[in-house]
Design a protein around this ligand. Structure first.
Ligand code: SF4
Ligand code: SF4
Length: 444
């Protein structure tokens, strides 16, 4: 099989797919969940329930707060304890609904059977409506509302649907396990997305370190218009722009989106959520999360209810090892450290990574030796050393023309720097400041 990859930059960090091959374990609802009303890009949803109210699994508890926003449903049944601000993974307190779990009572409209339902007769418009109602967002971590991505802007045409099964973060295996264990439902979800989008062609991109998933998905899609393409292992191939380039050799323009070159990209988890929403009437109330780390007793993939505290998942994976220095939300390349384990799993939670003291030890930061390694690995063609220098000196206005907003925060530059310079930390700061400058300019 010929393997493809993207052409500019990228790195190959060592893989530690410790949880690969372990079956997805479904966890029961915890005692209490905290469900934030902003689990997506865009406006927070508006809370519909009050303290003391009883709710069922799948019930709408907050409705979409605008065009770019999504519905939020209860992942458990029980009593609303509080509608208040709670800490989320950003480290800030945000509005959320806290529910005391009582039993496990689901809305009658949800089909909870394992029966595979295929061949939807629904028209595209109804598929999109069901996706909107179910509160589906990009489950790869981007959390962009799926119904918005399905609405192709005027003047643009969608030609290809790309399904992202790359999972290039070195520790994560949630998508891998979905492709192995839920391949039939995934196939159906992809067909629904094709219909909702009005495209005839779809490609599933999977890195070659998951040969079993490639084989399984190839078998499942046989005879359809969906193609499976194996990819060389290279980080950050899961980035939308890199994936489009790797699969179709199309270049998404700076500041543009894949739809500018006729493509829409969805993650495998999102395709599964679409199947469940359209064919099973099941809103997005749970997801698969990888919990992993070298010192963890049982690295695992768990199917958990949204709102479950991270501490519950860590306990299920064998408990917090003694010398844990950091718990990361996501993978080692793009993830950010949690400040506490008392925060909830949300729609965008793909992984929880525990790092011990030895791994977490930062090397001494040395001066830049102008080796240009950071330039050569940047998949966006940026100059990371320059961006860091500008950010360090608070010269944020000069970062905009240097295209800092094109940075996809992949961390390849920091990873490769022989002087251990915290490039991404400074670039993130710069991106936030440039964002503020742009918003202030618009407000004038
Ligand atoms: S500058 Fe941004 S896009 Fe380029 S390597 Fe660094 S983190 Fe990745
Ligand atoms: S990789 Fe590090 S040392 Fe080399 S040019 Fe970039 S910032 Fe400087």
């Amino acid at each position: 099989m010929s393997l493809r990859t993207f052409s500019r930059g990228g790195v190959h960090p060592p893989e530690h797919k410790l949880s690969a091959g372990n079956k997805i374990k479904e966890l029961p609802p915890p005692e209490i969940v905290v469900i934030p009303v902003s689990q997506h890009l865009g406006a927070p949803a508006k809370v519909l329930v009050n303290r003391g109210e009883q709710v069922k699994v799948g019930q709408l508890i907050a409705e979409s707060g605008g065009f770019v926003s999504t519905n939020i449903h209860s992942s458990v049944s029980g009593k609303v304890l509080k509608v208040d601000e709670f800490m989320d993974s950003s480290g800030y307190r945000k509005m959320a609904v806290q529910i005391q779990v009582e039993g496990d009572e689901w809305l009658e409209t949800i089909d909870r059977s394992d029966d595979l339902v295929r061949n939807s007769v629904l028209p595209a418009e109804d598929i999109r409506k069901k996706i909107l109602e179910a509160g589906i967002v990009g489950l790869g971590g981007a959390t962009f509302p799926t119904h918005v991505k399905l609405m192709v802007p005027q003047g643009k045409t969608a030609e290809y649907l790309i399904i992202n099964g790359v999972e290039c973060e070195p520790y994560l295996t949630a998508d891998h396990s979905l492709m192995l264990e839920r391949s039939e439902e995934l196939f159906s979800g992809i067909q629904l997305l094709m219909k909702g989008l009005g495209v005839e062609k779809a490609i599933i991109g999977i890195e070659n370190n998951k040969p079993d998933a490639i084989e399984k998905m190839k078998k499942v899609v046989e005879g359809s218009r969906i193609r499976v393409q194996g990819l060389k292992v290279k980080y950050p191939q899961g980035g939308e722009k890199q994936l489009v380039q790797a699969l179709l050799k199309r270049e998404v323009p700076s500041g543009g989106l894949p739809i500018d070159v006729g493509v829409v990209v969805f993650n495998v988890g999102t395709a599964l959520a679409v199947y469940e929403a359209v064919m099973k009437n099941r809103p997005l109330i749970d997801r698969v999360v990888t919990v992993t780390g070298k010192s963890l007793k049982k690295p695992s993939n768990f199917l958990v209810r949204i709102g479950t505290p991270v501490s519950v998942l860590v306990k299920e994976a064998g408990g917090l090892p003694e010398h844990t220095a950091k718990v990361i939300n996501g993978g080692p390349m793009m993830g950010k450290a949690f400040s506490t384990l008392d925060i909830p799993v949300v729609k965008g939670s793909s992984g929880i990574l525990l790092i011990d003291e030895q791994e977490a030890r930062r090397k001494e930061v040395k001066p830049c030796i102008r080796c240009t390694k950071c330039l050569s690995v940047c998949p966006m063609g940026l100059e990371p050393y320059l961006l860091m220098n500008l950010s360090e000196k608070s010269l944020f206005e000069r970062m905009e023309p240097e295209k800092v907003l094109d940075c996809i925060e992949c961390g390849s530059c920091s990873y490769t720097c022989p002087s251990s310079r915290p490039l991404l930390d400074y670039i993130r700061l710069g991106k936030a400041e440039v964002g503020k400058i742009k918003r202030a300019r618009k407000a004038v």
